[in-house]
Design a protein. Structure first.
Length: 301
């Protein structure tokens, strides 16, 4: 069964433009998705199948139809989900600390993916689980899930163009001297590990911006903005600065003050790829980080 993915009406500016060019310029449709529509689905103009090389007239109504997605191999496991937004393209969820995002060899069930697939199954939807921004198991906060192939491609483009903006809050060890700063240091796997990352000359480019929200008691409360999205980026960069995250024993932090790394995905913003609307969400600190901030800095909000 075919499902409609994109529909639009050609404007005067798109007159004499090929359908392919209009789809790529207006919606960023990839060649891969066009091939899928051509061989497995359909591209229609005013309800009639057409080739994407045909030229548009103002008022033409174009639709891309693709096959319904294959059954997700992740098993459905009902769980409570903190959904902050949902539309035809995206799901924005507040992930609690301690929840793995996607099944792995060590976590075959009980993951966010299992819960989201169960949520979709209850609604009669068959979708693949496509997380846009991955959060570590012990990192809390906002996470985006793309609900179709096109949306996932658009967020990949945003990440490359740095138009998907992500801010975190963290409590780190030591009192950071500068009010704000930038860490521009490449990150790669440490030679003796398949998990631990480090700053190294042959690593992938990584940029993190930070500013101090509060300091005292031998700790600092930071807001951080990711310019790139490397695995463990904030944890590695802050450890590299000599200020490992509180609770992050993997990168030099003390486990005694909090039972996980004190890191929270607090805010994200982007322009919605379909509507063009600017969107932004904020998620308050979870209880454990609020309690640590109150104890160390005297902040209770």
């Amino acid at each position: 069964m075919l499902e409609e993915l994109i529909r639009f009406t050609a404007t005067e500016r798109e007159a004499d433009m090929t359908i392919r060019d209009a789809l790529q310029k207006r919606f960023g449709v990839s060649r891969r998705l066009l091939v899928r529509a051509k061989y497995q689905g359909a591209v229609t103009r005013n309800g009639t199948p057409v080739f994407v090389t045909e030229r548009l007239r103002p008022g033409d109504e174009v639709a891309i139809l693709v096959p319904g997605e294959e059954e997700e191999t992740v098993l459905p496991e009902p769980m409570e989900l903190a959904i902050r937004h949902e539309d035809e393209d995206i799901l924005v969820i507040a992930k609690p600390a301690g929840l793995v995002v996607h099944p792995t060899g060590g976590h075959t069930g009980g993951t966010l993916a299992n819960g989201v697939v169960a949520y979709w199954r209850e609604r009669g939807e068959r979708r693949k689980f496509r997380p846009v921004n991955r959060l570590d198991k012990d990192t809390s906060g906002l996470l985006i899930v793309a609900k179709n192939q096109w949306a996932h491609e658009q967020f990949s483009r945003m990440q490359k163009e740095r138009t998907l903006h992500r801010w975190y809050q963290a409590i780190v060890e030591g009192e950071v001297a500068e009010e704000e700063g930038t860490v521009d240091a490449p990150i790669g796997l440490r030679d003796d590990s398949i998990i631990v990352r480090e700053v190294r000359p042959d690593g992938q480019p990584a940029v993190t911006r930070y500013r101090v929200l509060a300091r005292g008691g031998g700790m600092s409360w930071l807001e951080l903005k990711l310019e790139t999205g490397r695995t463990h980026q904030i944890r590695v960069h802050m450890s590299h600065l000599g200020h490992p995250l509180a609770g992050d024993d993997l990168y030099g932090g003390s486990r005694t003050c909090i039972g996980r790394q004190a890191l929270h995905a607090a805010r994200l913003s982007f322009v919605h790829p379909r509507s063009g609307q600017a969107m932004e969400w904020s998620e308050p600190l979870p209880a454990d980080m609020r309690e640590l901030a109150a104890r160390v800095f005297g902040h209770r909000d």
